[in-house]
Design a protein around this ligand. Sequence first.
Ligand code: MTE
Ligand code: CO
Length: 431
Amino acid sequence: MSANDKKDQDEIKNPARRALLKKGVAGGAAFAGGALMAKASQASPDPLITEIQDWNRYLGDGVDARPYGTPSEFEKDVVRRDVPWLTADAKSSVNFTPLHELDGIITPNGLCFERHHGGIAEIDPAEHRLMINGLVENELVFTMEDILRFPRENRVYFLECAANSGMEWRGAQLNGCQFTHGMVHNVMYTGVPLKYILEEAGLKPSGKWILPEGADASHMTRSIPIEKALDDCLIAFKMNGEALRPEQGYPIRIVVPGWEGNMWVKWLRRIEVGDKPWHQREETSKYTDLMEDGRARRFTWEMDVKSVITNPSPQAPITHGRGHTILTGLAWSGYGKIKRVDVSIDGGRNWTTARIDGPSFSKSVHRFYYEFEWDGSELFLQSRAIDEMGHVQPSKNDLRSARGENSIYHNNSIQTWHIKEDGSAENVEIS
Ligand code: MTE
Ligand code: CO
């Protein structure tokens, strides 16, 4: 066997190591190859390699055993979860995206968090209608077939509920990024630009606002200024290439990029055009922020720049011990793209710029990574996002000094995870 043959043999035994060495992992100087994984040449043979396993021995299910594919049974814990004590009834409630189990930027359809105010409407698209009324030349009613004959666009956007992280306002509360930050999802929508629909009806010059309305039992309504409606709003019928899920508003929902999730009316059945905002329940007693002086902020539409470390985190502790560690997370802004994400492992004393990887779309989540050598000591992990408009994610103290302590909605402050020496993680606050 030549020296080269010997090397090939070693590499075949340990392909992951070869891939890492070839690519030259970021932070490679500190990375001692071999420390990452067990040596291929262990003294006692590994039965997982030397023994024939059932999946080698028997034929598996054929095609069509799963006409609509579902994840491996080993992924059964990767599910949306709720916080039972948060709401009195599941029909007006929320569950949370398992952010710590995901990678990349797209949220799989079955894992998009759900927020319903009156349960899920189950609508036959053949019986669904979209009405445009109010300050238009022609009041119109569209069938789904009509909607599908307009030109359509594909766009990736995040949707974040204004109440995401609301429980964390006054101090560390829920133990896991799924619960602290999981009211966000990021999906590629296929839809018709709302402006085409409005143009079809003929906007009257006095038409300055629209009021989308849902067909569900909650009849969700929100006022949206006409500039936004004509800018980038979509009437979406597909998410990630397939029909919207019933939970997400099947057969159609309005997409309001960068703006608070409550405005993205699901099961959209009517759009009224008016000359002023309606001040419905969801924009007065709800989805406004009570300030220290007793006044409330009106129309807080944009979702501010925000980020969270998804791994490690309380539901995803470090289990491999000291050594090479992959930290990852998500960043997003309702104002555009993310320009930079900084990461601190010492509670905000020192910051390092993280590596953003994957597509960077406006008003979409961005995926970031920071690879480092963990020395086994306790860590205080934080991430801080900066968007292309120059907005910087604030500390909790900065947020509270600007907005007081009465608020729930629009908490975009920096999150801290305390990593203990055993690798477990806990939600704490460092301001
Ligand atoms: N639209 C209707 N018709 N009914 C609702 O209850 N909930 C709103 C919004 N649109 C709601 C709705 C809220 S508060 C949010 S955060 C988003 O939908 C949640 O969207 P999702 O369920 O796709 O995550
Ligand atoms: Co919401």
